[in-house]
Design a protein around this ligand. Structure first.
Ligand SMILES: [Mg+2]
Length: 172
């Protein structure tokens, strides 16, 4: 796993399958930074620790419905997508958002002019990548980019060949 601060640090190998996370890796919403989940859940824990997860999730959902996202570093992202296209690779979004958020998620991609149509909704990211690579019989490189460490470990354990990047945007 390599820690990176921007898309230009991703080495796009020829004929790769690239899976990139959405929230806090490409998109940003007001108020939400990389410690928001932990901080919010801790506060709700003080009230009731059995409902804190649900309450946190509901707060997050209301933010993503009420606000427009911004694309983290548009210039570098467009250059990255150009490199992906020129390398014969394929890029998909792999998000832990619930599948029932598909329509708002596609709206967020349109809001930010992100030309990626292939989206997978799964919080078992390692398993999902393994399933996709076996289904399409992909033998080339696999590249995974996410801002959350546990997702990266999950992908590495199930797909030891995957090249993984931990995105820590400098402005987030
Ligand atoms: Mg994320």
């Amino acid at each position: 796993m390599k820690i990176i601060q921007n898309y230009d640090e991703i080495d796009v190998l020829p004929n790769s399958l690239i899976f990139i996370d959405l929230d806090e890796t490409i998109l940003h919403f007001p108020y939400i930074d990389q410690s928001w989940w932990e901080k919010t859940k801790k506060l709700y824990n003080l009230l009731n620790d059995t409902t804190s997860e649900d309450r946190t999730y509901r707060d997050w959902e209301s933010i993503i419905y009420d606000y427009k996202p911004t694309l983290l570093d548009k210039t570098q992202f467009i250059k990255f997508l150009e490199r992906v296209n020129n390398s014969g690779s394929k890029i998909s979004i792999l998000t832990a958002r619930n599948k029932r958020l598909e329509s708002i998620t596609r709206q967020h991609l349109r809001d930010c002019d992100i030309p990626i149509s292939d989206i997978h909704f799964s919080n078992e990211k390692g398993y999902t990548i393994n399933y996709i690579k076996n289904t399409i019989r992909h033998n080339g490189p696999i590249i995974f980019i996410d801002d959350i460490n546990s997702n990266i470990y999950d992908v590495e354990i199930i797909n030891p060949e995957a090249i993984t990047y931990n995105m820590k945007h400098i402005n987030l």
